[in-house]
Design a binder for this molecule. Sequence first.
Ligand SMILES: *[C@@H]1O[C@H](CO)[C@@H](O)[C@H](O)[C@H]1NC(C)=O
Ligand SMILES: *[C@@H]1O[C@H](CO)[C@@H](O)[C@H](O)[C@H]1NC(C)=O
Ligand SMILES: *[C@@H]1O[C@H](CO)[C@@H](O)[C@H](O)[C@H]1NC(C)=O
Ligand SMILES: *[C@@H]1O[C@H](CO)[C@@H](O)[C@H](O)[C@H]1NC(C)=O
Length: 728
Amino acid sequence: MAGRRRVRLAAAVVVFIVIVIIYTRQGQGEHYGGHLTDTLVGGGSVLREKPEVQQPAALPKSSVPVDARPTALAGDAGAQSTTAQDRVTSDEESRPEATSSSTPTSSFAAAPESTSAPVHQLPPITHDDELPYEYGEGRVEVSKISQSSAVHWTSFPENFPVSSTIQLPTGTPASIPSVQYTGTEHDFGHADEDRLAAVKAAAQHAWQGYREVAFGADEVKPISGGINNPFNGWGATLVDSLDTLWIMGLTSAFDEAVEAVADIDFTTSPRSDIPLFEVTIRYLGGLIAAYDLSGQQSQHRVLLDKAVELGEILYAAFDTPNRMPMTYYRWKPAFASQPHRAGSRVVMAELGSLSMEFTRLAMLTGEPKYYDAIARITDELEQFQNNTRLPGMWPTSLDASGCAKPAQMAGSPVGSGAGLRDSTYEYLPKEYLLLGGLVDQYRTMYEDSMEAVKEELLFKPMTIDERDVLISGELKISINYTDGELIKMFQSNGEHLTCFAGGMFALGGVIFDRPEDVEIGRKLTDGCIWAYNSTTTGIMPEGFTAAMCPGRWDEPCEWNQTEYWHLLDPYEATRTRMPTQSARAAAGRLSSPMYTPKAPLSHAEYVEKKIEDERLPPGMTKIGGRKYILRPEAIESVFYLYRITGDPYFRDMGWKMFTSIDQHTRALYGASAIDDVTKAAPEQIDSMESFWTAETLKYFYLLFDEPNRWSLDEWVLNTEAHFFRRPS
Ligand SMILES: *[C@@H]1O[C@H](CO)[C@@H](O)[C@H](O)[C@H]1NC(C)=O
Ligand SMILES: *[C@@H]1O[C@H](CO)[C@@H](O)[C@H](O)[C@H]1NC(C)=O
Ligand SMILES: *[C@@H]1O[C@H](CO)[C@@H](O)[C@H](O)[C@H]1NC(C)=O
Ligand SMILES: *[C@@H]1O[C@H](CO)[C@@H](O)[C@H](O)[C@H]1NC(C)=O
């Protein structure tokens, strides 16, 4: 899986994984476009994760002006959940380059609402399985990055230009409550110098490793000293880490990196597609943030120039009939010059997490088209926010093609888009801040989605010392085709990826004056702290299942050993009976007097053995993901809670997390992932994602740094921890 981010700390994990299963209501309407009212869409996923699958459908060439309000996003049929089969590594050379016309029969739903829009002939889309799909994956390893490709991206006249451009809001920024703690208690306002120095040393170590053996590659392999190039080979770690270097005062490293940025050629890549989301948050965000943070100086002008070079290419991915982007943009001219639609199954986070980078680029360049591009997505998401299976939240994947769903999909089994988390939700309050509070849409969308999260996703894990902590769990929603009712299945799972939710709740709670949300943010963060603190290594696993308290998340809850043991041995009754029966059957069959069945384990024996074998901390019933891959989400929330509450408890917890992680992951050329956080001595894995230096270490550093150096009242951070300047 294309791993983007986050992991690790003690406490509950908030998993907002709502699974969205979308289906189209059966009915006469074979084609509908421009509105979603006929479409029953799935729930939503709240977490950030990378995009995985999409299939743009090709169109015949035609030039159609697009109205200011593009076609709605239709809910995707859940029947296609992400399967291993879907997740073809996208080496496009092995695919047909042009997926044009040929598709038969169905409905095209991308007609602009404006009745004056010209009628255009586009091939209809029918069964999804007949489409010339293109699949995308965030990480795609490419080997020959040094070989310069003869093929370069070039700009073409747009096939579907907008008829009017949505402008950035103007006016005096709204008054927004200050984000950072303003009191003077607990020595807030000062750096914690010793801890700061330790974090900086870890960052210097990782940067040195990268610089020595992998400079210019996407990632260093921290044990072997090899390289990985999963993100087009443009130097993901280099660009992603720029603002970390600046913040840490590593100026000569920063200058050297900026010089290397000048040599990046975004117009070519050994990889044939560009994963829009990954490239936007890592590269575009990285360049913009470095430019902003370093003071927009003329000697660093190349940072902005490169952001524009990349922005132009990424903007071309929005040239579709409904202006929804192709999230895996095939940039080679032979393909890119042809008309295309957005994918019919797009991961929500890929669409919803582009706003800040494009908005800031529009602000810095004065070019409104970048803002227009993402404002259209926001408008679409707003329109169908209340029409999903979980009103308020969006499905994890959706149809952005503007094409109607084939009616027959309603009769097919509904799949589930399990397990994606997305940053769309987090971007709502942050985009609000970036726009100076002038676009209220982001506030209302955020508030509506958080109401759904509180209602459906939060749960309280049962902890042995009865902590008042929260986790965001996972909801799968499917449909009973017999009676048309929704079937909701809740799972009390925690994931490192969802640990960002604590910080998001606290931030949103402060700026929108929702005090309860700040408290929820604290408890969610404490849930992650609890999970970190529970394991042998002091590091939270990627994913686990927790025993859930019986009441609502806001009700008190006691540790119940009987219940916990029952969850660990749910089939006790049949388990202890069965051996006898099978022994009897075996005896009858074999008539072997030699066979003496082993007595089944008693409940206590079984439970104790399971806890020992699986190294389960109290309160966890299963650990589905045992790794730690240097993820930042937990420390991110600890950082926000510290800055917002001023409570030194968060610095102490962050320090404990840092020492645990550093101890187990330190490798020759940086830091490594580890295989199992429940082992006393985990195995190291030869991988260091760029978020280690770009995010995880940056948050650790900022936690201990003087809070007003980079105040949250002046800056807002994107999902990749890049700093964008807020208007004042
Ligand atoms: C969605 O529903 C919420 C709660 O009922 C409501 O406040 C909000 O205005 C609705 N949003 C839209 C876009 O209709
Ligand atoms: C679906 O609905 C029918 C009719 O109400 C009901 O008998 C059946 O148990 C439901 N199935 C599920 C899985 O809920
Ligand atoms: C961490 O775990 C220890 C026991 O293992 C406990 O005493 C301590 O209170 C826990 N701290 C937190 C913050 O959970
Ligand atoms: C503990 O859980 C068991 C079920 O596993 C239940 O019967 C019992 O009432 C619970 N005890 C308390 C104090 O809630």
